[in-house]
Write a protein that binds this ligand. Structure first.
Ligand code: ZN
Length: 162
């Protein structure tokens, strides 16, 4: 049976470990839990693999439903604001043309831009939220691995408060 050969760590890796490992241990002593199996909204226990992600935050099903409803409400608010703006600015543009205003053509693109700005904003927000959830799977995997590591350490080093 050939043993896997263990190479010594590179010098810069050792230096980094010597600096950051004690800081990490100290933070965890003070209660910092980087990959805690909790919902980040209601702080209830949430085992790995069962989480949803909203805006990059790990949440439980209950909070995900709450967040979804909140987002749908916000989206409808944006859409109705846009609809109101389209009606108001459209009326303004039509009245300008009826009056024979020579500047009516110049105000038209501005009015269109103003009317559709809430929809553009909504699109931007949705894109940002999706981008925040891009690494959700990797984060979930990290949560599972970290809890396995923690369980292993608890088993192998009794009395260690990790
Ligand atoms: Zn929750």
């Amino acid at each position: 049976m050939n043993e896997p050969e263990l190479k010594p760590l590179r010098f810069d890796t050792r230096v980094r470990l010597a600096i950051f490992a004690p800081i990490g241990r100290l933070l965890m002593r003070f209660g910092y839990q980087p990959f805690a199996e909790r919902c980040s909204w209601c702080h209830k226990d949430l085992p790995g693999g069962a989480a949803s992600y909203i805006n990059g935050r790990r949440v439980c099903d209950h909070c995900a439903e709450r967040g979804r409803r909140r987002m749908v409400r916000a989206a409808w608010a944006y859409v109705s604001l846009s609809a109101v703006l389209i009606i108001v600015t459209g009326t303004g543009v039509v009245m300008s043309f009826r009056r024979g205003d020579p500047d009516a053509w110049e105000i038209l693109p501005i009015m269109i831009a103003v009317s559709f700005s809430p929809l553009v904003l909504l699109w931007g927000v949705l894109r940002t939220m999706k981008a925040a959830n891009k690494h959700a799977e990797e984060h979930e995997l990290a949560v599972v691995r970290f809890s396995a590591l923690r369980a292993f350490l608890k088993e192998s080093i009794p009395g260690d408060g990790l």
